[in-house]
Design a protein. Structure first.
Length: 115
């Protein structure tokens, strides 16, 4: 895997961590604001579509094997980094940070895909 692919995979992993925590909040929501739940649900659904689009686009344009490796690696690394991050800042903070991080990382993960 070349340097450009590693950078793109890093953005994908960060992106996946934030999307995971937003999806987790929608499954375990205990708040009273249904409007906030709706926003997080829509945002996490769009994030999941972004993950799928990245997987297909990367596989189609670079390599299906690398695309699978990036997705599998992001699950393992994301679980480790996500659990550490959750202990440091908390799950709800990750959800709120995700509203800024998901669009930025989404843009960057597509921009850094090797040609």
């Amino acid at each position: 895997m070349e340097k450009g692919a590693l950078i793109s995979a890093t953005y994908y992993t960060i992106y996946s961590i934030f999307v995971f925590y937003q999806q987790s909040l929608t499954r375990n929501f205990r708040g009273s604001s249904q409007a906030f739940l709706s926003v997080v649900t829509i945002f996490s659904a769009i994030g999941m579509l972004g993950q799928l689009a990245y997987f297909i686009y990367y596989g189609w344009n670079v390599s299906w094997l690398e695309s699978l490796a990036i997705c599998a690696g992001s699950i393992v690394i994301g679980a480790i980094v996500g659990s550490i991050l959750e202990r440091v800042v908390g799950g709800l903070a990750i959800v709120f940070l995700g509203f800024a991080a998901v669009p930025i990382c989404g843009y960057m993960m597509f921009q850094t895909i090797p040609n």
